[in-house]
Design a protein around this ligand. Structure first.
Ligand code: FAD
Length: 347
C-alpha cells in the first residue's frame, strides 16, 4: 500500500514537472516565433543559398523556417560530399560536407527552425500572408525565399546496356566513399569539372581511368593541370557501349571510332550532368526565364509579391552558378524580405 502511494506521488510530481516544461517551451516558442506555424520568412531549400538566407534573416531577428525536401546541404552533400572545394573564400580547401556542416551549425545557432525531408508543394496567397503547403503540413508566412537550386535534381543517365542492371551494384552517379574504392578499378565517365574532380579523388586511393566521348575535356584549367599531374589514365573520343558482369561489374565495353574493346572495371561512375526538375517553379506561378528558372530583379524579387529567390534557382544575364554567388544573392534576398516584412523607416 505504501509503495503504491510512493509510485502515485512520484507520478504526480512527474506530471507537474512535465506541465511546467511544456508551458515554458510554449512560452519560449511563442515569444520567439509567435504562432508556431506562422513565420516572418520561410526559405524553401537548404543548400548554401537557403542556409545563407537563414543566417541573414536571423541576424535581423526574423522568425525563420527553412524547409528542404531532401538533406540539409543541397548539392554539397547530395552530389559531391567528398570534394575539396577550393574557391570558397576563407578556406584554401574545405570538404563539401564540412562546409555544409558549418553552414548548418551557424544557421541552427542563430535560432533558425529547419525541417528536412519535407517537400514544398505549393505557395498560396491568403489575406496578408502566404501559405506554404508541404507534403506534411502547411505554414503561414509573411515572405518566402525560393532557394530550390535545380529542384529535385537527378543525375543524367548515359543510356547504355547494363546501366539499369548494375545501378548501385558497381555503377553509381556519385562517387562512393573513398574507403570503398581501395583496390578497385574505377572508371569515371564524363569530361566536365565533376568528372575530373571525382576521378582525382578516386585516383588518390586507387587505379582510375576517365573516359570522355569528345577529344577535349570541358573543365577548369586547374583541373586539367591536376589531371596531367595525376596517374589517371585518360581515354578520349570514346563511348560507353555496355557495362558487363555477373553479380557485380567486371568490365565495360567502349567504342572508339570503328573499334570496340573491353576494359576491366569494378566501379563505374557516370558524371555526365544533372537533369533538373523545375516543375515546382511552374506550379508556384512565378515568372520564369527561357531556361525555366526564376526571373528576379536586382533585389532578388520575383513576380509574386513577398516571394524572393536566390542561388541556382534563378537566372539572369551573366549568372554564374557557384556557392559564393548563391550566398551573395541570398544576402540580398533576405535583406529584401526583411524590408518587405518589417518595413523599416530607412527602406
Ligand atoms: C559536381 C559539382 C561540383 C561543384 N563544385 C563547386 C565548387 O567547387 N565551387 C562552387 O562554388 N560551386 C560548385 N558547384 C555549384 C554549387 O554546388 C551550386 O551552385 C550551389 O549548390 C547552389 O546552391 P543553392 O543553394 O542555390 O542550391 P542547391 O545546392 O541545389 O540546394 C537546393 C536545395 O533545395 C531543395 N529543394 C528543391 N526543391 C524543393 C522543394 N520543392 N521543397 C523543398 N526543398 C526543395 C533541394 O533538396 C536542395 O537541397 C558544383 C556543382 C556540382 C554539380
Amino acid at each position: 500500500m505504501f509503495s503504491l502511494f510512493v509510485v502515485c506521488y512520484l507520478l504526480s510530481l512527474k506530471n507537474i514537472f512535465c506541465t511546467i516544461i511544456f508551458a515554458r517551451t510554449k512560452f519560449y516558442m511563442e515569444n520567439t516565433y509567435g504562432d508556431r506555424m506562422s513565420y516572418d520568412l520561410i526559405i524553401i531549400g537548404a543548400g548554401p543559398g537557403g542556409l545563407t538566407a537563414g543566417i541573414y534573416a536571423r541576424s535581423r531577428m526574423m522568425s525563420t523556417l527553412i524547409i528542404d525536401a531532401a538533406e540539409v546541404g543541397g548539392q554539397l552533400v547530395s552530389l559531391y560530399p567528398d570534394k575539396a572545394i577550393q574557391n570558397y573564400p576563407g578556406f584554401e580547401r574545405i570538404q563539401a560536407r564540412k562546409l555544409s556542416d558549418r553552414l548548418y551549425a551557424q544557421v541552427e545557432s542563430l535560432g533558425c527552425e529547419i525541417k528536412d525531408k519535407e517537400k514544398v508543394i505549393d505557395i498560396m496567397d491568403s489575406d496578408e500572408k502566404l501559405v506554404v503547403i508541404t507534403d506534411k503540413d502547411e505554414y503561414h508566412t509573411h515572405s518566402v525565399i525560393v532557394a530550390t537550386g535545380m529542384g529535385m535534381f537527378r543525375p543524367k543517365k548515359i543510356g547504355c546496356k547494363g546501366e539499369d542492371k548494375f545501378e548501385n551494384k558497381g555503377l553509381y552517379y556519385i562517387l562512393p566513399p573513398k574507403e570503398e574504392l581501395i583496390g578497385k578499378n574505377v572508371i569515371v565517365f564524363g569530361g566536365g569539372n565533376s568528372a575530373v574532380e571525382m576521378a582525382l579523388i578516386a585516383d588518390s586511393v586507387t587505379s582510375t581511368t576517365i573516359v570522355h566521348r569528345r577529344d577535349e575535356l570541358r573543365c577548369d584549367e586547374s583541373n586539367t593541370i591536376a589531371l596531367k599531374d595525376s596517374s589517371i589514365r585518360t581515354v578520349m573520343s570514346s563511348e560507353l557501349v555496355s557495362v558487363n558482369g555477373d553479380d557485380s561489374v567486371r568490365s565495360v565495353t567502349l567504342k572508339k571510332g570503328d573499334e570496340t574493346f573491353d576494359t576491366e572495371a569494378d566501379i563505374v561512375v557516370i558524371l555526365i550532368g544533372i537533369s533538373s526538375d523545375l516543375e515546382d517553379l511552374k506550379r508556384w506561378d512565378l515568372e520564369l526565364t527561357e531556361s525555366g528558372l526564376v526571373k528576379v530583379d536586382n533585389a532578388m524579387r520575383t513576380s509574386r509579391n513577398g516571394i524572393f529567390a536566390c542561388g541556382d534557382a534563378v537566372d539572369y544575364e551573366g549568372k554564374y552558378k557557384q556557392i559564393t554567388t548563391a550566398c551573395g544573392e541570398a544576402a540580398t534576398a533576405a535583406n529584401s524580405a526583411y524590408k518587405f516584412v518589417k518595413k523599416p523607416y530607412w527602406a
